[in-house]
Design a protein around this ligand. Structure first.
Ligand code: C2E
Ligand code: MG
Ligand code: MG
Ligand code: MG
Length: 286
């Protein structure tokens, strides 16, 4: 499985691309034209309220309709996009498309839905990031609380002070911030104290091997208690079985995502699925 963080791209080239320098160059060039050729798409995976099974929000997940290789998931290209900085325009596009799609969801559903977008460190470190975000939020004219940015702990590694200021500015505009893949990175509880984090997303590796006697269950319980004590929400990732959902509820976790509920869907399929739903707004939940 490809490592997504900077400098670890070779893992992916060795296995999937046979360390082929030529195909790396080719993919780099294809990434640069992917936006103008309208090959990028956002899929949406429902975030489920475990209490009643309703859809409380969605996470936007990038897909690349590659000219020859078909529909690609981010594991096959995000790393290269970060290395070559293509992630900057692609990430801006994803934020813009997300804001358009939130509006579309509101038109169809008659209410707002939380929309969570992944942001890579490379994107966040770009000086244009904040003005772009603010511009989008202003143009969108929706309630900014329904937009959530998913960042990983890796963004704090380089310039934590600067990133902290940036996050505070973003948060002061109402946009929410989630720590993705929580527990897998350089987890420091100091982050939770110093930065305006609204949501912790428990990485799917903890959910996968849950169960009695498993340290993962203890870790999940700990994260849930910690988060709720500090007024944060918790979303568990990668739920593939009902038994996992039941355990998570027992641990007090309120929100979950996973194939058990739904795979990531194109917008029209998501809207069809949601026609008969009456979700409880995410931010009103404890
Ligand atoms: P992530 O943000 O942690 O997203 C969760 C990943 O888990 C998604 O993979 C999702 O499809 C997958 N998943 C959801 N439920 C299950 C399940 O029950 N079982 C299993 N095995 N997997 C499940 P995906 O879509 O391939 O995305 C991979 C990663 O790529 C994301 O991880 C995120 O870090 C990154 N990514 C996705 N979209 C974007 C984007 O627009 N911008 C940036 N910078 N990164 C993105
Ligand atoms: Mg995410
Ligand atoms: Mg995650
Ligand atoms: Mg993940």
């Amino acid at each position: 499985r490809a490592k997504r963080r900077g400098g670890n791209c070779y893992v992916f080239y060795d296995t999937a691309m046979h360390d082929d320098a030529l195909s790396k160059i080719q993919t780099t060039l294809q990434l640069q034209t992917a936006l103008e050729r309208e090959e990028m798409e956002l899929y949406y995976q429902p975030i489920i309220n475990l209490r009643d099974g309703s859809i409380a929000g969605v996470e936007a997940l990038l897909r690349w309709n590659h000219p020859t290789r078909g529909l690609l998931t981010p594991g096959t290209f995000i790393c290269l996009a970060e290395e070559t900085s293509s992630i900057v325009p692609i990430g801006s596009w994803a934020m813009r498309r997300s804001c358009q799609d939130i509006r579309r969801m509101r038109e169809v559903l008659g209410r707002d839905l939380l929309l969570s977008v992944n942001i890579s460190a490379k994107q966040l470190n770009e000086p244009s990031f904040l003005p772009t975000l603010i511009g989008l939020v202003d143009d969108w004219e929706g309630d900014p609380r329904f937009l959530q940015l998913e960042i990983t702990e890796s963004i704090f590694v380089n310039d934590a002070d600067r990133v902290g200021d940036l996050l505070h500015t973003i948060r002061s505009r109402g946009v929410r911030i989630a720590l993705d893949d929580f527990g897998t990175g350089y987890s420091s509880l100091g982050y939770l104290r110093n930065y305006p984090i609204d949501t912790l997303k428990i990485d799917q590796s903890f959910v996968r091997d849950m169960g009695s006697g498993s340290i993962n269950s203890d870790i999940i319980r700990f994260i849930v208690d910690l988060a709720h004590g500090a007024g944060m929400k918790v979303v568990a990732e990668g739920i593939e079985a009902e038994s996992q959902a039941e355990m998570l509820m027992e641990y007090g976790c309120r929100f979950a995502q996973g194939y058990f509920y739904s795979r990531p869907l194109p917008l029209p399929a998501l809207l069809r699925r949601m026609e008969h739903e009456a979700p409880i707004p995410f931010f009103e939940e404890p």
